[in-house]
Design a protein around this ligand. Structure first.
Ligand SMILES: NC(=[NH2+])NCCC[C@H](N)C(=O)O
Length: 580
């Protein structure tokens, strides 16, 4: 994976504006560092296990933070302009052993202070052990938990000559030889053949804080990781598309969309921090017969004003209402049919049939039909944008199923036929993977339709076209789809079809980042939750919790706003704490 820290700012919805805010953020940041090991190895034993109930940090960290904040003035920050992380450390700490800094693989001392720590330690250990530092450096690993130290070395990883002392014995000898007054490390602790190293707190904090202050939001980023050719920056950055969130207009924004939003937002930041050129795409569900049905509903019982004011909820209400009517109508027709009545006229005029006709007008680019649909889409996007902004998330492109060109899909349909990837079955075009891909995999990929017998394209057809169009437009080096695991099969089919069409190179650049759904977010009976409702609920819950401590509560200037920010942050943090 990428060796770069996650920006604590990714978690904090706003950047510090005042000194005291900055102060608080640094404290929060220090605490947040604990969750981002191994990238940030935090140090002072007193802050190893933060205690959220007392919210106390060690006095030394507090005073250092205060000193740093007091010193922080824009004019002074310029003085750091070209200081690298390594130079900060050199300024603060005497006696570092930083020979051969550049020689190690995956070592970025300019931006990652902790890589300087590893270099120093490798050099010290080379002198003690006589082992080549190029063997030691990669053998120094992060620990599973902070009680095991900040870095750990397993003696057998050093490929010691056979016949010498046993590894558990030799680490004892090495530990004894470790300098008493090393500037960065405490004396190592030994357990079997492991040596655990603990950072000394003060030098780290002393050089970390100026680095953070100098870099601001850029702290923790490593632009060189995203270069096409690290030796030749003029070749430019690697390009990545992250497609995420992708809700469906007029349908609920459910937990799956929320997780996709959080994970996708995070991945976008991560790649940006690693120097990639990131394009964030929201691929809306905004096409299909159901949007014909929605338009009918609006014509029947829609309300312009309500639509302008709250498009997402209004469209959803219309959608629910028309669906109920449609279901009732279907039942009635079925009953009449059973009773032997002629229902031909009723069927031809049913809501279902009207919706199909309306959608047909849309695919035929009928202006009036498209204008209404476009209004729904545009108003919904305005609202989505407001809500995403609260989560500190933005998109570079609002694409969607509707944006896929019918002509392109027709083209691809032909190619599939010519290349004998698809076949016609009862007038429909389908892909029988069991005939194309050998073994179990072929069976597992099933037999998806790419064209219905009435000539309409499907979700999968649109995805095939969209993927190729995105490649033509962006020529990406990588594309990530952040979609719930319920769509594992769909994305496997998609990537396989792209490969069968002769684009294995493109298929190999695509990755499905899937996730399971976490339940447990309360849904009030009978009401569906939109993202806004979820965020309001968590803010209410936070407010309730804050109120429990009256003393503290009275000190908070704007409790509603604080509860809102805390609520949003908690939703994000809770999603990020577990492994995906
Ligand atoms: N390219 C894709 N198919 N992305 C996922 C879209 C998710 C879809 N709108 C849904 O809510 O289920």
């Amino acid at each position: 994976m990428l060796s770069l820290p996650v920006r604590p700012s990714a978690l904090l919805p706003s950047l510090p504006r005042s000194k005291s805010l900055l102060h608080r953020h640094l404290l929060a940041g220090t605490r947040a560092l604990h969750s981002f090991r191994p990238h940030f190895q935090t140090v002072n034993p007193s802050i190893r296990k933060p205690n959220p109930s007392t919210e106390k940090l060690s006095p030394s960290i507090l005073s250092l933070t205060t000193v740093a904040c007091n010193r922080y003035k824009p004019s002074q920050s310029r003085q750091y302009a070209h200081t690298t992380a390594m130079e900060h450390l050199q300024q603060q700490v005497e006696g570092l052993n930083l020979n051969a800094v550049a020689g190690f693989p995956n070592c970025y001392p300019d931006v990652n202070l902790l890589d300087v720590y590893r270099v120093h330690l490798s050099n010290v250990l080379t002198e003690i052990t006589g082992v080549d530092k190029n063997i030691i450096y990669p053998a120094l690993s992060w620990t599973q938990s902070l009680d095991k130290g900040d870095l750990v070395l397993a003696a057998p990883a050093l490929r010691l000559p056979k016949g010498g002392p046993k590894p558990d014995q030799i680490v004892q000898e090495w530990a004894a030889k470790f300098p008493e007054n090393d500037p960065l490390f405490e004396k190592p602790q030994v357990n079997s053949y492991f040596m655990s190293f603990f950072f000394k707190g003060v030098p780290l904090v002393k050089s970390l804080l100026p680095t953070i202050l100098q870099k601001g939001a850029k702290f923790g980023t490593n632009p060189s990781l995203g270069l096409k050719d690290p030796r030749d920056p003029s070749k430019g950055q690697k390009k990545i598309i992250v497609e995420f969130s992708s809700p469906n207009i007029a349908k609920p924004f459910h937990a799956g969309h929320l997780r996709s939003t959080i994970i996708g937002g995070f991945l976008g930041n991560l790649y940006e921090g690693a120097g990639w050129d990131v394009t964030r795409i929201n691929y809306l569900g905004d096409w299909g017969k159901q949007y014909g049905l929605l338009a009918l509903a609006f014509e029947k019982f829609g309300d312009e004003k309500a639509l302008e004011q709250d498009p997402i909820n209004h469209l959803f209400q219309l959608y629910v209402r028309i669906n109920t009517e449609m279901t009732e109508e279907k039942e009635q027709i079925a009953k009449r049919k059973e009773a032997g009545e002629d229902v031909t006229a009723a069927e031809a005029n049913s809501l279902d049939e009207q919706a199909r006709r309306y959608f047909r007008k849309m695919t035929d680019r009928d202006e009036k039909a498209l204008a209404l649909w476009k209004k729904f889409r545009d108003l919904s996007i305005v609202r989505y944008k407001q809500t995403y902004a609260r989560l500190n998330i933005h998109f570079d492109e609002y694409s969607g199923e509707s944006q896929v060109s019918e002509a392109d899909m027709g083209d691809i349909g032909k190619q599939l036929e010519e290349k004998k990837i698809s076949k016609v079955d009862n007038g429909a075009q389908l892909i029988d993977f069991s005939e194309l891909v050998p073994g179990k995999e072929g069976k597992r990929l099933e037999k998806p339709l790419v064209r219905k017998s009435d000539g309409t394209a499907l979700y999968l057809t649109r995805d095939i076209s969209e993927l190729l169009a995105r490649h033509a437009k962006y020529n990406f080096d990588k594309m990530i789809y952040v979609v719930a695991s319920a769509q594992d099969l769909h994305l496997k089919q998609l990537f396989k079809i792209i490969e069968l069409l002769g684009h294995k190179d493109i298929a190999d650049k695509c990755q499905h980042i899937n996730f399971g759904l976490v339940l447990g977010m309360s849904t009030r009976k009978g009401t569906v939750k939109f993202l806004d409702d979820i965020l309001r609920d968590v803010a209410d819950k936070m407010h309730e919790t804050m109120r429990k401590n009256e003393d503290k509560y009275n000190q908070v200037e704007n409790p509603e706003a604080v509860a809102d920010v805390l609520g949003i942050s908690s939703v994000m943090v809770q999603d990020m704490t577990g492994k995906r």
